[in-house]
Design a binder for this molecule. Structure first.
Ligand SMILES: Nc1ncnc2c1ncn2[C@@H]1O[C@H](COP(=O)(O)OP(=O)(O)OP(=O)(O)O)[C@@H](O)[C@H]1O
Length: 493
């Protein structure tokens, strides 16, 4: 009977009267704010989905694209209580039908959704100051945990995608975790604790005025699990990985741009660092065929035994230099965004510039060693299902005795176990054979090296003796075969 204008005016009047006497105030968070999606709405939905106090008997279930987890939330017009810093608030999920639109730039959903937050007026400031920030932060964490992580690479060589991003991404699905990683358990625990301290260390880093970042240098022979360690770190912390291919970066400023486009809570990896930068800061040179582009940074490359080459710019004189890289990890640019981990790997730590190894540069140097017996136990458990109690017996005792002498990588052990994973006994027997063989070979090689060293020492001694025959022969007589000695000296020389 009443026209809408009058209804609206009456309602407004009553609301005003009610709010004057009510001790509560209300905040509406709508799904769509004008024509844009309201980020806060999504965050609240995610945050409430993690709340254990949902009491409704009907919940809505969602699984986002690329996500491996299912989240639940409030159904239409349901309510939930939440407590923050001792203050209880009430959330209501309000869903109403949208009135027919005459025109819109963007088709809007038929339903109008939003959350209404009810709080006591006296708590308004506390809630507005920190509660909403807390919700945004929590929602990001949940998103990260649910969402499969991403592996980014700059393999396009500096070109940008349609959104101006130099990084290409794929879902990161590496199954390596600290449980599957074979290494000394004490060392493993130390690394895990270090990572956790870092991830939970926001207050510490703020208090001490340090950039919230950490550097790890992984070094050791190929096949000892450096890449597996990086994947385990990412899976443990729930971080994305940026695999920085330095051979695709033309100069320091491009490097800086790449860094600016990395997100927080990420691990930035440079593999085989000894092969990737112009460690000697040598000037860029033309290739043998006179072409510009690639030139050799690593002397080993010339003999064909080295690793990947670095990259030189087309515009002459442009290089990724060590100082550029250190700015990247250490300087002002390293702090864009926060909560970042830098990981460098190398098979040849001795080739690295001492500037990179200096204390404070890389916070932790982690040696990925050959497979120890403790690490082997983890592989036996993972591949063959051995439990601690099964790891006894004569054959395993023999394995324990020989494994350090054999210097075998976890990758090689994994191969043997994988091949024989259906036959436990055979697997360990074959492993023992391989270990014995390797240990024997190592021993013979070291014996041969020792003999060679002895030979060199003998020859040296002989040479010295011949150069000063008097030292070994006091005789001054003509009959002393000095001539013979001279001839012998020439031969030795
Ligand atoms: N410590 C380890 N624990 C468990 N598995 C390992 C370990 N080390 C190596 N492996 C196995 O060997 C494979 C190769 O290892 P990975 O690539 O991690 O070694 P790497 O040290 O990074 O080698 P490279 O220096 O050649 O890159 C892995 O996929 C994994 O199956």
């Amino acid at each position: 009977l009443f026209p809408p204008e009058l209804r609206f005016a009456v309602l407004k009047f009553f609301n005003k009267i009610i709010s004057m006497f009510s001790s509560y105030c209300y905040f509406d968070i709508t799904e769509i704010d004008g024509v844009n999606t309201n980020e806060l709405y999504n965050a609240v939905q995610l945050y409430l989905s993690s709340s254990v106090s949902i009491s409704g008997s009907r919940l809505s279930l969602t699984r986002a694209l690329n996500s491996s987890a299912i989240t639940f939330g409030l159904t239409n017009n349901d309510t939930i209580l939440d407590t923050f810093k001792g203050v209880t608030v009430l959330w209501e999920h309000v869903v109403t039908q949208r009135q027919a639109q005459t025109f819109s730039w963007r088709p809007l959903p038929d339903e109008k959704r939003g959350f209404t937050l009810r709080i006591k007026k006296k708590h308004k400031n506390l809630i507005l100051d920190s509660y909403l920030d807390y919700i945004m932060e929590k929602a990001n964490d949940i998103r990260r945990k649910n969402q499969d992580r991403f592996l980014y690479t700059n393999s396009r060589g500096g070109s940008l995608d349609s959104r101006g991003n130099p990084w290409e991404s794929v879902p990161f699905k590496h199954p390596s975790t600290f449980d599957t990683l074979a290494m000394d358990p004490l060392k493993k625990t130390e690394i895990m604790e270090d990572l956790k301290d870092f991830a939970n260390g926001q207050t510490f880093y703020q208090r001490t005025g340090r950039a919230w970042k950490r550097g790890y240098l992984l070094y050791g022979p190929p096949g000892t699990g450096k890449s597996s360690m990086i994947a385990s770190m990412a899976n443990y912390l729930g971080y994305d990985i940026y695999d920085l291919e330095l051979t695709e970066v033309h100069n320091n400023s491009e490097l800086r741009k790449l860094l600016m486009k990395t997100s927080s809570k990420s691990i930035i990896v440079i593999e085989d660092i000894d092969c990737s930068i112009n460690l000697s800061n040598r000037k860029r040179s033309k290739g043998n065929d006179g072409s510009t582009g690639r030139s050799y940074h690593d002397p080993d490359m010339r003999s064909g035994s080295g690793c990947a080459v670095g990259h030189s710019g087309e515009d002459g004189g442009n290089w990724i230099t060590l100082s550029g890289l250190l700015n990247f990890t250490d300087g002002l640019w390293s702090c864009c965004g926060s909560e970042k981990i830098f990981v460098f790997t190398t098979n040849h730590i001795e080739k690295l510039d001492p500037a990179l190894l200096r204390s404070g540069r890389m916070d932790m140097h982690i040696f990925m060693s050959y497979c120890s017996f403790a690490a082997l136990k983890i592989l036996l458990h993972n591949y063959l299902g051995y439990e601690e109690g099964d790891l006894e017996g004569e054959i395993l005792k023999q394995v324990e005795d020989v494994i350090d002498k054999a210097e075998i990588t976890p990758a090689d052990v994994s191969e043997v176990l994988l091949k024989n994973r259906r036959r436990k006994e055979k697997a360990v027997g074959e492993l023992l054979e391989i270990l014995n063989e390797r240990a024997e070979r190592k021993l013979m090689n070291s014996g041969a090296v020792e003999n060679d060293l002895d030979d060199v020492a003998d020859e040296e001694q002989e040479k010295r003796a011949l150069e000063s025959p008097k030292d070994v022969c006091d005789c001054e007589q003509e009959s002393c075969n000095k001539g013979d000695k001279e001839e012998k000296l020439n031969k030795v020389t």
